[in-house]
Design a protein around this ligand. Structure first.
Ligand code: ADP
Length: 506
């Protein structure tokens, strides 16, 4: 085993035991054997070694889980509970996740290749906070009272209101980049709204979702409310989307798969939330505070190894400061310590898989073939781990594949600009519209960019910061609907309008 592989003896006893345990679907409040006999090998991306096996569930397993979720929604206690009752159970779930933080974070780090610092912050701590935040919403879901005039009924008296009702059974399909975090982003608002859920985690990273299911049972969430079926996208994922017992699909992943899911869901008029790809621009103006902009832009692209849908993968720097900014980001890229997730001095782990490593290297090569210059990084590390060096490409043109397509790796495409009119049209020249950022000390310039960027989120003097209370969603090919904040709760409800004709008492 090379020094670039995880030393699994560093794991706590409970995590080690969990890797070795048999893994099964969680359906109707119990762990059950898979109908499908196939298995998915779960790989540690630092070493390429097998760490666990989970069932490769198929349409039969999905059907069983959807039936359990349907029954729980149609006749079970969860939807009929008061807000405070649901809130109490969600808070208990948050407490249990917090109490198991070390184990969760260790499992996630080994499975996804990300440092313990990262999995603790984004998969565990943020999820604990989000469960608590959403538990609060369970008591605050409300409609409106309205003032209808009904002008075509002279003398009529009407009263109107809207009520929000849970949307039903939610099919949640999640990616591998922040596995538990993404699952909780889908589970928490669904629970708050009174929905029931079938979760299909990414085939590469199914382990924390199954461990979380144990906590769901322990917290007293009624049976059938949360179900987890592991499996591949084309089989289990597609079966979940096509199942007539599912009322809403909440998907995070590639635009390509999102399009398939959107089409399939539309056939049954299912509600959909699609959180898809991005090619987010970062603009550094000549008046930016470079002590903030340089590390901010570096983290904008290199955080989570660039495996972020909102990664700032296109950088536009004003000509007056271009060399200083590029040198500064290159210096950070050179000093980022690549290594196994479990090593305390690692700053960047491997990508999720060898396949992803090859894909990212392919994009770097295509950039070079098209005339881009690699000024730092550009290579995969030799060995079984899926490592790719943090990379900066300059001399890039707007038509290049590395500038137009989402790479989902630590690769920055950087160019210079001279005026704002030019940079905004280049920044918006993308099929995606997830995030965009500007670094400037001018309030007027910042707000000009806020109005001009065609994206779901705009960051000022930072990039990629997400918060529980702030809705997150894309426009254009980056998706539809929002996660996080009140919007996420509303997306799990149907709005019902009520109109009453009133008469005065006789
Ligand atoms: P990535 O390229 O990041 O792996 P994908 O969009 O392929 O992203 O995968 C994200 C999630 O979508 C995973 O859980 C995967 O299993 C699932 N998935 C992939 N293909 C399909 C499909 N045809 N139908 C439903 N889910 C799918």
């Amino acid at each position: 085993m090379s020094s670039l592989a995880n030393d699994l003896s560093l794991l706590s006893e409970s995590s080690r035991r969990y890797f070795g345990a048999p893994h099964r679907h969680f359906i109707g409040g119990q762990f059950v054997d898979s109908i499908s006999q196939e298995e998915i090998p779960v790989i540690d991306p630092t070493s390429g070694e097998l760490v666990a096996r989970v069932p490769a569930g198929g349409a039969g397993d999905i059907d069983r889980a959807v039936r359990a979720a349907r029954k729980a929604f149609d006749t079970g206690p969860w939807t009929r509970m008061t807000g405070p009752q649901r809130e109490r159970i969600m808070l208990r779930l948050a407490d249990l996740l917090e109490a198991n933080a070390t184990e969760m974070s260790e499992i996630e780090s080994v499975n996804s290749g990300r440092t313990l610092l990262s999995t603790k912050a984004f998969d565990v701590d943020l999820s604990v906070d989000y469960l608590r935040y959403m538990a609060g919403w369970a008591t605050k879901i409300h409609g409106q009272t309205l003032n209808p005039s009904v002008p075509y009924v002279p003398g009529g008296k009407f009263f109107a209101m809207t009520v929000r009702e849970p949307v039903g059974v939610v099919g949640a399909i999640t990616p591998w980049n922040v596995p538990l975090g993404q699952a909780i982003w889908k589970i928490a608002p669904a629970l708050a709204a009174g929905c029931t859920i079938v979760l299909k985690p990414a085939e590469q990273t199914p382990l924390t979702a199954l461990r979380f299911a144990q906590l769901v049972a322990e917290a007293g969430v009624p049976e059938g409310v949360v179900n987890v079926v592991t499996g591949y996208g084309e089989s289990a994922g597609a079966a979940l989307v096509a199942h007539p017992g599912v009322d809403k699909i909440s998907f995070t992943g590639s635009t390509q798969v999102g399009r398939l899911i959107g089409e399939a869901a539309a056939r049954q008029m299912k509600r959909v939330t699609l959180e898809l790809g991005g090619k987010s621009p970062m603009v550094v103006m000549g008046d930016a505070d470079l002590d903030v902009a340089i590390p901010g832009a570096a983290m904008g692209i290199f955080a989570n190894h660039g495996q972020n849908c909102c990664a700032g993968s296109r950088l536009f720097v004003h000509s007056s400061i271009y060399e200083r900014v590029i040198d500064g980001i290159a210096r950070i890229a050179r000093t980022l310590k690549l290594g196994p997730a479990l090593s305390p001095d690692t700053q960047m782990g491997p990508l999720i898989s060898k396949a992803q490593q090859e894909r990212v290297i392919g994009y770097i090569r295509s950039g070079v073939t098209d005339g881009a210059k690699v000024i730092v990084g550009g290579k995969a590390l030799p060995g079984p781990g899926a490592y790719v060096e943090p990379t900066i490409l300059t001399e890039v043109g707007p038509a290049m594949k590395c500038v137009r397509e989402e790479i989902f790796g630590p690769v920055l495409a950087a160019t210079r600009f001279d005026e704002v009119g030019e940079v905004i049209s280049r920044a918006n020249d993308t099929t995606f519209g997830l995030g965009a950022s500007v670094w400037t000390e001018s309030l007027n310039t910042a707000h000009w960019f806020v109005r001009q960027f065609k994206s779901g989120t705009v960051w000022i003097n930072t990039h990629g910061v997400l918060d529980l209370a702030v809705p997150f969603g894309g426009i254009k090919q980056s998706g539809m609907g929002h996660e996080l904040g009140e919007e996420a709760v509303n997306h799990h409800t149907n709005l019902k309008s009520v109109l009453a004709s009133l008469k005065d008492p006789s």
